[in-house]
Ligand binder design. Sequence first.
Ligand SMILES: [Zn+2]
Length: 66
Amino acid sequence: MTTAPPPISEPDPSALVCPGDRVGLCASCQRKTHKYGSGGCPLCQWCMAPVMERWGPGVRYVSTRV
Ligand SMILES: [Zn+2]
């Protein structure tokens, strides 16, 4: 996937299709994303993609330590 992330003012697509009370800010870029509840993720898909590549699809919680 080579698509560049949209500006952070754009919510993650997942935020548009989940209940509003499950929307939160991405832990990394502060974009609105589906953060809480079933299927939620602390990172938006744009921040999640490289993490998934590195750690695999089972990753749920991501350390932001560098
Ligand atoms: Zn993000």
